[in-house]
Design a protein around this ligand. Sequence first.
Ligand code: FAD
Length: 428
Amino acid sequence: MIAIDHLRCSYCGGCVSVCPENALTLAETRLTVNANCTECENCVFACPVGALHLPSRANAPRPAMRRQYDVIVVGAGPGGALAAEVAARAGLATLLIEKRQEIGSPVRCAEGVGAAQLAEFIAPDPRWIAAEISQLEITTRDRARAPLRASGGRGYVLERRVFDRALAERAAQAGAEVRVKTAVTGVLREAGRVRGVKIRGAAGDEIAIAAPIVIAADGVEAQVGNWAGLDTRLPLSDTMTCAQYVLAGVEIDPTCTAYTLSQEFAPGGYIWIFPKGQHTANVGLGVQADLPRAADPIQLLTRFIESQPQLARGAPVTQIVGNVPVALSPARIVTDGLMLIGDAARQVDPLTGGGIINAMIAGHLAAQVASEAIRAGDPSANFLQRYAERWQQTRGQKLERNYRLRAKFPAAQRSDERFIQAFALAAK
Ligand SMILES: Cc1cc2nc3c(=O)[nH]c(=O)nc-3n(C[C@H](O)[C@H](O)[C@H](O)COP(=O)(O)OP(=O)(O)OC[C@H]3O[C@@H](n4cnc5c(N)ncnc54)[C@H](O)[C@@H]3O)c2cc1C
């Protein structure tokens, strides 16, 4: 029977159409082969990436890649891509590794950002701006009839699929090598110090790639930090479990992001409606993972949408689920040869769950420190601690304040005036 190399397979479906025996089935990203297979090898010849073979024959090797860099960045989200760009611009031999086959996809985000903060890193581009925002609205149980409506500061709702790729393209243009569909499976250590990463090779083997500095930007599912001995475990009480639909055909104000603090539909969290044009919006909610609730987030979201006449007639064109860390950063975000950034370092605003800009700020700072460390020939934790200190001054203190604020306002008191004001400030 034909064997499938799932690491190589790009789920294009080309093999399915040439199989004379209906032996292949493609369901989203799962390709399977059944007992009808006669080993005719049509699929092997049709596969553009060499992901199918008779087990008796070896696969062709992938093109060779370098095995030594100055900096390896793991994860091509906004944090990692910006870090790779800054490192490459500083003249460092930089490798950006992403396990997904398409950077930016699938989207796990409501895509809201502040315009001024973003402009510090990249000029606005209509290709990745779905909506321009000028107001925000906050509704609570007490304010159901008169929601707080305020000028929100200018903001955008992005097209992350395009935005993340644009950032990675800039990194490539700056000279970084970018590898997609390449998963980091471990870190290389030498005398207790991180010296690079291991990636999974085409034959399922592990390949070592060396660099004096690794920037771990591997998102909420972060493992690289753990492999390097840092404690990045996330308490359930500091996790928001989220569900979102992109709803088409809804009645919304296309310039306003709307937040609803509701114990009924989003215990410990909130519901958002972020416009993506005149009649389309990201409508989602996050619930604190450890709180008792009547239903799962998708059911809660469905019920909320059904309760809102302006949303109920909308059609869900995309369903998204994902978790947001609303935790304090780990006590240590650097070790010898390694820095954690973005969601991997839990650098998300605990009040709003916003993490795009924070990841970019951290990526920028980490890449600058990487460049200084390479020039000084000192990638030790002592040196890299500069990054942790700069992060703390730039953003860390504010996030810690918001973490304490969130904890002080138990779910039932979410309509507290002070909390609403703090929330509005964080959401701007
Ligand atoms: C439902 C939801 C709504 C959100 N809404 C907003 C919002 O409106 N505004 C906002 O600012 N933030 C929002 N966030 C948070 C925001 O998405 C994240 O904070 C942001 O994406 C963090 O960027 P990052 O670069 O740290 O990580 P990510 O964007 O998560 O990127 C990490 C990358 O690392 C890759 N990776 C992981 N492990 C490996 C590995 N072993 N090898 C190779 N690659 C690996 C992943 O595939 C991924 O591409 C939301 C999050 C969720 C879940």
